[in-house]
Design a protein around this ligand. Structure first.
Ligand SMILES: Cc1ncc(COP(=O)(O)O)c(C=O)c1O
Length: 306
């Protein structure tokens, strides 16, 4: 095993599984566990770590020393990629959506990226939409030199290989197979990994962080034996939108359990789990495991004022 693989093996795969003993707002008849991927690393936290792991190994195997990736101004993925580059010795380039941001003071996410050594390159929203086109990627490579391109949000087949490792870890820690495994959904890479490795005994629920045109519980693309659904009902108005009810829920959960959440992904997922539990969706005594996918760098300061 080379040095990078050894470091990754030590870091990824060690997140604790915690029983949530004080369900909120009222007792719910399930055994709820939180898989604390937010604790994997102070900066490369949560699902980003899982998604980057095999991509970093692939970049190293191809002898590419530069990671180039994409994101918006508040992107957890840009933040994690910048941190991973610094930890593992890759040069990083972040292509940021919105050329109007160039020359303006950086927000805290982008300031962190730059401090971690990421070269930021702001492009127009129109160009940003071309981020998957081969000719656009060729032009970037011509500009920045040979690089390993990681898509927006970090989701690709190697990312799913990484997120597929979550369920086997949960089973080993629990000592049994969970009845339900839950995660938030953005680009869908995390939920795809859960579904990939779940057995037929586990139902996977992916809580949508953004509004989808159809508000149906659609199956996640799946193996014949797995059961997985996208739950569209808890986006609270759309991506990064919040309501006082959501923020109050998060703040109460944090105080009771001494675990921080954030309002874009994990807060919405946990709200959804509690709501489904109250409605009786989960059978009495069901073991429900929710993945804390990190993202705490984007936690709203408003939560501290509640
Ligand atoms: C903290 C956090 N949780 C969950 C997600 C959703 O993961 P995925 O894009 O794999 O669906 C993201 C980003 O995409 C994220 O930053």
């Amino acid at each position: 095993m080379d040095e990078l693989a050894r470091q990754l093996a030590n870091l990824v795969g060690n997140s604790p599984l915690k029983l949530i003993e004080a369900p909120f707002p009222e007792p719910v008849p399930i055994r709820l566990f939180l898989k604390r991927d937010d604790l994997l690393h102070p900066y490369v936290s949560g699902n980003k770590w899982r998604k980057l792991k095999y991509n970093l190994l692939a970049a190293r195997a191809r002898k590419l020393g530069t990671l180039l990736t994409f994101g918006g101004a508040y992107s957890n993925h840009l933040y994690a990629t910048a941190a991973a580059g610094q930890v593992f010795g890759f040069r990083t380039i972040g292509i940021v959506r919105g050329d109007e941001l160039a020359g303006k003071p950086l927000n805290s996410t982008l300031a962190f990226c730059r401090a971690a050594g990421m070269q930021l390159h702001f492009i127009s929203r129109e160009d940003y939409r071309r981020k998957e086109n081969a000719d656009f990627l060729d032009a970037l490579t011509a500009q920045f030199g040979p690089c390993y391109v990681v898509p927006e949000g970090g989701t690709n087949d190697l990312a799913i290989q990484g997120t597929a490792e979550i369920i086997p870890e949960i089973i080993a820690q629990l000592g049994c197979i969970p009845d339900f495994a839950c995660c938030p959904v953005g680009t869908g890479g995390t939920v795809a990994g859960l579904v990939k490795s779940a057995t037929e005994q586990t139902e996977v629920l992916g809580f949508m962080a953004l509004k989808v045109p159809d508000s149906l519980w659609l199956p996640v693309e799946t193996t014949p034996k797995a059961r997985g659904y996208r739950v569209p009902d808890y986006h609270f108005g759309g991506y990064a939108r919040t309501t006082p009810e959501l923020l109050n829920f998060i703040s109460n959960f944090e105080k009771r359990n001494d675990i921080l959440l954030e309002q874009v992904y994990t807060g919405k997922m946990l709200y959804g789990i509690y709501d489904l539990a109250r409605q009786g969706y989960f059978p009495e005594g069901a073991t429900v495991v929710a993945v804390h996918t990190g993202g705490l760098q984007g936690r709203s300061k408003a939560l501290d004022l509640i």
